[in-house]
Design a protein around this ligand. Structure first.
Ligand code: TXA
Ligand code: MG
Length: 373
């Protein structure tokens, strides 16, 4: 089988995989279970009883409910403190199901479905009346997503219903990329957390829609409302002809999530380009003996050996886990670093600015949001 388009040039490093040991730690909780046919059945019964189930996807972990059921969907909003006007994505397991819930209106949408689904994207399509609960999505266009993760697919297949699911975290916190992180957000308040490996992508799906291009009257263009693991470049490559793809991430009317705080941790997050700047900021930081971490690329670390020595003498922790040569790997570990920083009571987290191209655009979108005060 051909490699899915979104996986081209996205291999993780050995270090990323070695982090899978997390799985063991999470098994001590009774609501965290490894995937099995019995567990998929349990998930189905829970969803049918209007309860919630956390399931893994290739992007991050999702908090799922029956998307047709108002009451079940409401408990998602309540459990994760999510503002009610922020719509949920509907998860399906195979392409033919899409027509039951939404209408494909043009060839561009069809090509995206044909070539990129299943994968880390969410496509807004015209919603069919009386299908998805209005509480899940009160808008005319509903976000449809077909995850490519095998556990997510089997879960959706056995459940036999459309699953509304946001990220399985408390609304303003970083999205969870492993079962332990889900547990630290939701504890025993969700009856079942299906425990797979660490999420491959580590950042959420790219939310997109197809609209007329005002500049060229009859043509269509793709707008990416939330950048994610599937990039603008991937979309351009997907078509045999030239197509306009643009990021429109600044408009809260189009992207409801823009209205709210996201990806925040208790400590402060600061973006930096040069290590010298950190030295100044550290000296200015008012708290006594602050706990400081610097998340940076191996490249920057190698070029600044003297400065790194100074940081170490100041008891500042250096996390050289990134490399500009592998942005997929940076995305994979981003939220995990945030979560560990929060658990370690970090006062100040410095994050190196990565190039805002390809997956770097989605990463920096999250880092900038987290650095907002
Ligand atoms: O990777 C993902 O997308 C994960 C996994 C679980 O599938 N889900 C996820 O859901 O990140 P959530 O709710 O945390 O983020 C989805 C974002 C929302 O913030 C919402 O603003 C936007 O997508 N969205 C959903 N439906 C929309 C719609 N109909 N129109 C515009 N934006 C929508
Ligand atoms: Mg979310």
């Amino acid at each position: 089988m051909a490699v899915p388009l979104y996986l081209a040039n996205r291999s993780l490093t050995f270090r990323d995989f070695s982090r899978r040991s997390k799985k063991k730690e999470a098994e001590q909780y009774s609501n965290i279970k490894l995937p099995s046919e019995k567990v998929y059945q349990e998930a189905k019964y829970l969803l049918e009883a209007w309860k919630l189930v956390v399931f893994p996807t290739e992007t991050i972990y999702g908090l799922g409910a029956d998307a047709r059921n108002d009451r079940a969907v409401l408990s998602i909003f309540e459990l994760k403190w999510r503002p009610q006007d922020n719509p949920l994505i509907t998860h399906l397991w195979y392409k033919e199901q899409i027509k039951d819930y939404a209408t494909v209106e043009n060839e561009i949408q069809q090509t995206i479905i044909d070539k990129l689904m299943p994968g880390p994207l969410t496509l807004l399509l015209k919603k069919k009346e009386w299908t998805i609960s209005n509480r899940s999505c009160p808008l005319d266009y509903v976000g449809i997503r077909l995850p490519s993760n095998a556990v997510a697919q089997r879960f959706l297949q056995v459940a036999e219903l459309p699953v509304a699911a946001p990220s399985a975290n408390i609304s303003w916190k970083p999205s969870p990329t492993n079962a332990q992180m889900v547990y630290d957000n939701l504890h025993e308040n969700v009856p079942l957390i299906i425990n797979d490996w660490e999420s491959f992508a580590g950042i959420e799906s790219s939310v997109m829609r197809v609209v007329p291009d005002e500049e060229k009257k009859w043509q269509l263009k793709i707008q990416i409302l939330r950048p994610g693991f599937l990039t603008k470049e991937d979309l351009e490559d997907c078509f045999n002809h030239e197509i306009k793809v643009e990021y429109t991430t600044k408009n809260p009317e189009l992207s409801p999530w823009m209205r709210y705080k996201h990806y925040s941790i208790t400590g402060h997050v600061r973006i930096f380009d040069k290590l010298e700047n950190i030295k100044v900021l550290v000296k200015e930081f008012e708290s006594e003996n602050p706990k400081i971490w610097i998340l940076l690329t191996q490249e920057l670390m190698d070029w600044n050996k003297e400065m790194i020595k100074w940081f170490k003498e100041e008891w500042i922790t250096i996390i050289p886990r990134w490399t500009k040569a592998n942005l997929a790997s940076c995305a994979h570990s981003l939220f995990d670093h945030y979560h560990t920083a929060e658990k370690s009571w970090i006062n100040l987290l410095f994050v190196e600015r990565l190039p805002e191209e390809w997956i770097g655009y989605g990463i920096m979108n999250r880092v900038k949001r987290s650095a907002e005060v």
